[in-house]
Design a protein around this ligand. Structure first.
Ligand code: SUG
Length: 448
């Protein structure tokens, strides 16, 4: 094989908690104030990474961020020593402290949009960190995300890094969660599929009524321009606004693609038939044969899709050309969803194997297997240029588990976020992590 899809999973940070911060994300709001277990959350994520590595897939790790973000708390007017900043925020504005403490960087599908070199004008892999402008707790991620991505993909001959789009609702960008790429081979030309929730300037497009549409058409178009994509290799589609109102806050909660296959729900996109026809036509023009695997509403309802996270799955190509679907445990505990999956893998179609993972800690905040990973399609030469210390191995799995055991708590509640000791624990852990992953200085506390 000369090209690969590498998955970079977010390592869950030491402050993982349930603060109900994401209006429109049903799991997040319904689990507000539950007690979290950061240690277990990190280990559940590591188990998935190791299992996929053991199956022969290219697997990497994306580091968590410094939380609470003292810099943001200071910017919002909390002063004094770092400990005083945390204590004052806990007393005067616990919700703002919770937002500045979220471990939401674990969902690396939202870290950036990545265009492989087969698609870009300068034949480099392009990265644009997502501004995540729709939610304050996520809007503070992109500067550090950008530094970490540069530390992982440093070689300028192969990798190009852009700034996040303007931090404004018109350019709301949620990264790869709303972006899929189709191709025949990972290093050949492909079709980049951008799914938006609303158009910000053009009011002729429909909008959801109840919940926010996080991704705009204008943001997706800007990314395509920045990455040097050709119009003939891009498809834009609008997510059905009714599904956003039903809790589908990102496209990756209703569809997932890999190579030439799009696994999706019957009600994923507006003008769905036209969208699928355009994908078929454009993929054929670059030598691929598009396969649409559509799940009918009668088999799995939108509500069941949101509860089970069936579509927040990973599709992974096996050497024999068939694909594994990686789903969360919640799919197995919903009989109709599980029955559908059994029929899918027995159907003779491209997806012929299912793997189930327990990711409950992340799921309770609305993050399934696909949310936890950023895909980067790489040629062999590009893979060789990636910082090797972020790639999963038996040794790295061992050191990250030991690191989690040493630094993480197994219980965290809202009140605990006001403990300045948690900040010290987080910084101590991350300082050590940057050495394990050879990232250099990427965190605010390391840059001063
Ligand atoms: O942005 N949840 C994340 C979940 C992101 C899932 N990602 C993808 N679908 N790709 C979000 O809504 C909840 C945090 C809290 O409530 O404590 C949160 O940020």
């Amino acid at each position: 094989m000369t090209a690969f899809e590498a998955n970079f999973d977010g390592l869950v940070g030491p402050t993982h908690n349930y603060a109900g911060l994401s209006f429109g994300n049903v799991a997040s709001t319904s689990n507000e104030k539950s007690t979290s277990n950061p240690k277990l959350a990190a280990k559940q994520g590591l188990m998935k990474m190791k299992a996929l590595h053991d199956l022969g897939f290219k697997q990497g790790v994306l580091a968590p961020h410094e939380r609470p973000s003292v810099a943001h708390l200071r910017g919002l007017g909390f002063g004094g020593t770092d400990a005083e900043v945390v204590r004052k925020a806990a007393k005067e504005a616990p919700t703002i402290l919770a937002a500045c403490s979220s471990a939401s960087t674990m969902w690396t599908a939202n870290a950036a949009t990545v265009s492989p070199s087969g698609d870009t004008a300068d034949r480099r892999v392009h990265f644009t960190p997502a501004n995540l402008n729709n939610k304050f707790h996520r809007s503070i991620e992109h500067p550090t995300t950008g530094r970490i991505l540069k530390a992982m993909f440093a070689d300028e001959r192969h990798f190009a890094h852009h700034q996040a789009l303007p931090a404004q609702m018109h350019f709301g960008d949620e990264g790869a969660a709303n972006h899929t790429r189709f191709c025949a081979e990972y290093d050949a030309a492909g079709i980049e599929f951008f799914v938006f929730g609303q158009a910000a300037f053009d009011t002729r497009y429909p909008r959801p009524i109840k919940f926010p549409a996080r991704q705009t058409l204008e943001a997706s178009q800007a990314i395509a321009r920045l990455h040097g994509l050709s119009l003939e290799q891009v498809v834009y589609a609008q997510q059905d606004p009714n599904t956003i109102d039903a809790g589908v806050f990102h496209n990756d909660v209703i569809s997932v693609g890999n190579r030439n296959v799009l696994f999706h729900h019957q009600r994923s996109f507006l003008d769905q038939a036209a969208v699928l026809a355009e994908l078929d036509r454009k993929l054929a023009a670059v030598g691929g044969q598009f396969v649409a695997v559509e799940v009918p509403e009668a088999a799995v309802s939108i509500d069941e899709a949101v509860k089970s996270y069936l579509f927040n799955s990973q599709l992974l190509s096996k050497p024999n050309g068939k694909m594994i679907i990686v789903v969360p445990e919640e799919c197995r505990s919903m009989p109709r969803v599980w029955a559908y999956l059994e029929s899918l893998v027995n159907s003779g179609g491209p997806i012929d194997e299912v793997k189930v993972f327990d990711l409950k800690q992340s799921m309770q905040n609305g993050g399934g297997p696909a949310c936890l990973r950023l895909r980067v399609a790489l040629s062999a030469a590009e893979l060789a240029a990636v910082n090797p210390d972020v790639l999963m191995s038996d040794a790295l799995f061992g050191s990250l588990n030991a690191w989690v055991d040493k630094h993480y708590r197994d219980r965290l509640m809202g009140e605990d976020l006001g403990d300045p000791q948690l900040l010290i624990e987080c910084r101590t852990a991350l300082d050590e992590l940057t050495q394990i992953l050879q990232l250099g200085s990427v965190y605010p506390f390391q840059l001063i």
